[in-house]
Design a binder for this molecule. Structure first.
Ligand code: CTP
Length: 400
């Protein structure tokens, strides 16, 4: 039995939280409902007290002797805020603590799931999106709102997903509480390499490093000791991660080989260049008088993933590769990926379908995780942090 805190904030969808509460209690969990003052205008305290079998308070000045604003957060195994209004997302993102729910969020060290529900305009507002990014960057799980009927006659994105879906998602988050990567060393490469032609020009690629950084955040949340080798990533470093920065594929390769012997798991999320210019000019390459364009000779870079697989002892570390694939006349995306998994020799291959430029520079992603043992796990379109957790789920199974 786990201790779940159900935060209910002031939106019309709060009536659906009653069903969510039921799903939690009927599956044997102990649930404490912490509503905000404004949510009680939609569903009253009596409903929550009757359904949870526990008293309900909204402020920090009731029953002060029990120090509820600290205790509730400390004891929680999981916090689910459903519905989460734009106001609560903003307060949580900025660490405001003016009622029992927001103080609880600051004292909790368990997984926190936000289930936003609001009008499309409020969801899409730059302020809300920035707050959601901040929350996700700290490892909180923010569920994408569903599309459908909203309050009144409106419809669009912003609807609270079905309680059953939230329930399943929350239970997954709860399972991660086990800190299944506690004490494990994980090594992640992120970003895209640059191969210089001269002091100012390089061959690069569109990899932003988001997926690699999401993997780092997720691994930290699961108790791992995390090192990221980041190639040209412009994002803030995730808290608690040891960062090593590199530019070229050769530097990335050197750092990965240096760090690999201490790793229990390696994820090659970076996009190293397959080719580099055979030479890098010492001075800027100039146009010539005849107007003849220079010919750039490329040489192939070593495949770091294959080298790491070849260098490892037995099956340690667990090694994960990424594959950005497009289907063609000869084979589907998955068929190409299956062949790549065999070619690379790693344990898992995370396959992104990049037809039409999908997956690059996006906060959301969709992928298939192929296992060398034949497993195929489809992770639906959603935040990269969710895919990151699915990858660690697969890694953790193989570390056992
Ligand atoms: N990779 C690597 N070293 C390289 C190139 C790629 O370690 N020089 C890793 C990437 O980090 C990724 C995986 O290999 O985990 C897949 O890379 P990809 O470029 O998709 O595969 P390729 O073998 O280059 O196949 P393709 O011919 O499809 O480009």
């Amino acid at each position: 039995m786990s201790e779940i805190v159900l935060g209910v904030t002031g939106g019309i969808a709060s009536y659906k939280a009653a069903e969510l509460l039921r799903l939690f209690t009927e599956s044997g969990h102990s649930v404490r409902v912490v509503p905000t003052e404004s949510s009680l205008k939609f569903v009253g305290a009596a409903t929550w007290e009757a359904l949870s079998g526990k008293p309900v308070q909204t402020g920090v000045f009731d029953n002060v002797d029990q120090v509820a604003h600290v205790r509730i957060g400390q004891l929680a195994d999981l916090i689910v805020i459903a519905p989460a209004t734009a106001n609560t997302l903003a307060k949580a993102a900025h660490g405001l603590a003016d009622d029992l729910l927001t103080t609880t969020l600051l004292t909790a060290r368990c997984p926190i799931v936000f289930v936003p529900a609001m009008h499309t305009e409020m969801w899409e507002h730059a302020a809300t999106q920035a707050n959601v990014s901040t929350l996700r960057s700290r490892g909180n799980l923010v569920v994408e709102p569903a599309v459908g009927r909203l309050t009144g006659k409106d419809s669009g994105k912003g609807r609270m997903p079905d309680p059953q879906r939230i329930f399943e998602f929350a239970l997954q988050a709860l399972e991660r509480r086990a800190h299944d990567l506690a004490g494990k060393h994980v090594l992640i490469s992120a970003g895209g390499s640059r191969e210089y032609l001269d002091p100012v020009r390089f061959l690069g690629n569109r990899s932003s490093g988001r997926q690699g950084f999401a993997l780092a955040e997720a691994a930290i949340a699961r108790g791992a000791v995390v090192t990221v080798v980041a190639a040209n990533v412009k994002l803030p470093a995730p808290a608690g991660v040891e960062m090593v920065t590199v530019v070229s594929t050769e530097e990335l390769r050197r750092q990965m080989h240096r760090l690999a012997p201490d790793a229990d798991a390696i994820v090659m999320a970076a996009a190293p260049a397959d080719f580099r210019p055979a030479t890098c000019a010492e001075a800027k390459i100039k146009k010539n008088a005849e107007g003849i364009a220079p010919v750039i000779t490329l040489v192939e870079n070593p495949d770091i993933l294959v080298e790491l697989v070849t260098a490892r002892m037995s099956k340690r570390p667990v090694i994960v590769g990424f594959a950005a694939e497009t289907g063609d006349a000869n084979a589907t995306v998955i068929e190409h990926a299956q062949a790549k998994l065999v070619r690379k020799g790693c344990d898992l291959l995370v396959v992104n379908d990049v037809s039409g430029g999908r997956a690059f520079e996006q906060a959301d992603n969709e992928a298939v995780i192929l296992g060398v043992d034949g497993s195929v796990d489809h992770v639906p379109f959603g935040p990269k942090i969710i895919l990151a957790h699915a990858i660690w789920d697969a890694v953790a199974q193989r570390l056992d």
